[in-house]
Design a protein around this ligand. Structure first.
Ligand SMILES: [Fe+2]
Length: 409
C-alpha cells in the first residue's frame, strides 16, 4: 500500500515537473512568435507548435511504455517510433538548457542596466528599426529551433550508433613478466532489452571476438530489466570467446531484473560470475587474479551487496589482482586494498552529453567522481568504460565503447 502510494506520488511529481518544463518552453516559443511574426501569421505557427507538442508527448509516452516492457525484441516500426519519442525528449532537455542560459543572461543584463546604468530600458535589439528587429529575431530564433531539434537526431545517428574500440596500454611495476601483452576486452552496460536485441548483441559479440582478447570482462548491467526469454539471451552470450575466460559482475539493473536469475543465465552461457568472488589463474608459472564485487549501491541506487574482503579470500594473496566493479566510485574504497587494476562501468559516460563552446553539459560529470576513462590514484589504476547499451531511451550522444586493454610490466 505504502509502496503504491510512493510510486503514485513520484509519478505525479515527475509529470508536474515535465509539464512545467513544457509550459516554460512553449511560452518562450509563443513570445518569440509575437516578436517575430505579424499577428495574422502567428496563428499558423502557434497551431503547428501545439500539434508538434501533442504528437511529441504521445511518442514519448509510447517510448516509455516500450522501455518499461519486458520484451527482448520489438518490431523495427515500434523501435523507430520510440526513437522519435526519445528525440523529442532530448530536444526538450536541450531547449530547457538553452532557454535557462538565455534567461539568466537577460536577467543579469537587466539588473546591470537597472543598478549600474540607472535605466530599466533594455537597448540594443529594441533600438533597431522594426522590420530589421523582426527579421533578426525571426531568423535567429528559427535557426536555434532547427539546431535544438536536430541535434539529438544528428548526434545519435552520427555518433551514438558508431561503436568505438578504445585500445589502451597500461603498465604496472608488478605485472608478471611472463604475461606481458595480456589483452582484456571490456564490455559494460549492455542493457539487453527492447533496444538491445539479440541481433544487436550478436553483432557486438562478433566484434569483441574479432579483437581476439585473452580475457573478456563484462562490468554489469547485462540486462535492462527482466525479460521473458532468458534462454535465448543465454544462447547469445555463449557466442563470446576468449582463450582464458569470460568474467562478469552484477550491476544495479541486473538486481532490478532479479540477480539470481541473471547470474544463473550467464553462468549457463559460460560466463564466470564474480559476485564477491574471485579466481586465480596460473599462466606460464605466474599468477593473476580476477575478482568481482556485487553491486555496491549509490545514493541514487541503494545496493550494499558488495564485499571486497570476501572476494579477496578466494584468490592467491600474492597474485596480480584485477577487480570488476559496476560502480566506478567504489574505487575510493577498492584502492585501499591490495588491488592493482579496477574495471568499472555504470556511468554510460553521461549517455547524453553536449559540448557548447567550452561548456561540457554532461550528467555523468555531476553525478560521478570517475565518469569515464583512465584514472591513477595512490598507484592504483581504474578504467571506466562508457558502456555499449542505453539506459531508458534509445538515445546516446556519447559513443558506445568496447575497450581493449593490453597489460604489461
Ligand atoms: Fe547501466
Amino acid at each position: 500500500m505504502l509502496e503504491t502510494l510512493s510510486i503514485v506520488i513520484s509519478v505525479i511529481i515527475y509529470l508536474s515537473i515535465f509539464f512545467l518544463i513544457e509550459y516554460y518552453i512553449f511560452r518562450s516559443y509563443l513570445n518569440w512568435l509575437k516578436k517575430s511574426f505579424l499577428s495574422h501569421r502567428q496563428l499558423f505557427w502557434k497551431n503547428l507548435g501545439f500539434i508538434i507538442l501533442i504528437l511529441g508527448n504521445l511518442l514519448f509516452i509510447f517510448s516509455m511504455v516500450v522501455t518499461n516492457s519486458n520484451l527482448i525484441s520489438i518490431s523495427s516500426f515500434s523501435r523507430h517510433l520510440a526513437y522519435l519519442g526519445g528525440f523529442f525528449f532530448s530536444s526538450l532537455l536541450l531547449a530547457l538548457i538553452v532557454l535557462c542560459i538565455k534567461d539568466f543572461i537577460l536577467i543579469i543584463h537587466r539588473l546591470y542596466r537597472y543598478f549600474i546604468m540607472r535605466t530599466n530600458r533594455v537597448r540594443d535589439i529594441q533600438d533597431l528599426p522594426n522590420q530589421s528587429r523582426r527579421s533578426l529575431l525571426k531568423y535567429g530564433g528559427a535557426a536555434s529551433i532547427l539546431a535544438i531539434s536536430s541535434a539529438p537526431v544528428v548526434s545519435t545517428f552520427m555518433i551514438g550508433d558508431e561503436i568505438q574500440i578504445i585500445k589502451k596500454l597500461i603498465s604496472f611495476n608488478n605485472f608478471p613478466k611472463s604475461m606481458n601483452g595480456l589483452t582484456i576486452a571490456q564490455l559494460s552496460d549492455i542493457h539487453a532489452g527492447a533496444y538491445m536485441n539479440l541481433e544487436n548483441l550478436t553483432d557486438i559479440f562478433h566484434l569483441v571476438n574479432s579483437l581476439q582478447p585473452n580475457i573478456i570482462v563484462i562490468t554489469g548491467d547485462f540486462v535492462d530489466k527482466n525479460t521473458y526469454d532468458l534462454s535465448a539471451l543465454s544462447n547469445t552470450f555463449q557466442l563470446l570467446q576468449s582463450d582464458i575466460g569470460v568474467f562478469g559482475c552484477l550491476g544495479n539493473h541486473d538486481h532490478y531484473a532479479g540477480a539470481k536469475d541473471i547470474s544463473n543465465m550467464l553462468e549457463n552461457s559460460g560466463i564466470k560470475m564474480l559476485n564477491n568472488d574471485g579466481k586465480t589463474l596460473f599462466i606460464n608459472n605466474d599468477k593473476i587474479s580476477i575478482l568481482g564485487v556485487d553491486y555496491e549501491g549509490t545514493k541514487m541506487h541503494p545496493g550494499g551487496y558488495s564485499d571486497i574482503r570476501q572476494a579477496l579470500k578466494k584468490v592467491n594473496s600474492d597474485s596480480f589482482k584485477i577487480m570488476l566493479s559496476h560502480n566506478p566510485d567504489f574505487f575510493t574504497t577498492i584502492k585501499k586494498y591490495d588491488i592493482d587494476l579496477t574495471l568499472a562501468g555504470h556511468t554510460h559516460g553521461g549517455q547524453i552529453g553536449f559540448k557548447i563552446g567550452g561548456l561540457n553539459i554532461n550528467p555523468a560529470y555531476l553525478a560521478f567522481r570517475y565518469p569515464k576513462g583512465h584514472y591513477i590514484e595512490e598507484n592504483k589504476h581504474l578504467y571506466v568504460n562508457v558502456g555499449i547499451g542505453n539506459y531508458g531511451l534509445p538515445i546516446r550522444t556519447i559513443k558506445p565503447e568496447i575497450t581493449l586493454l593490453t597489460l604489461s610490466g
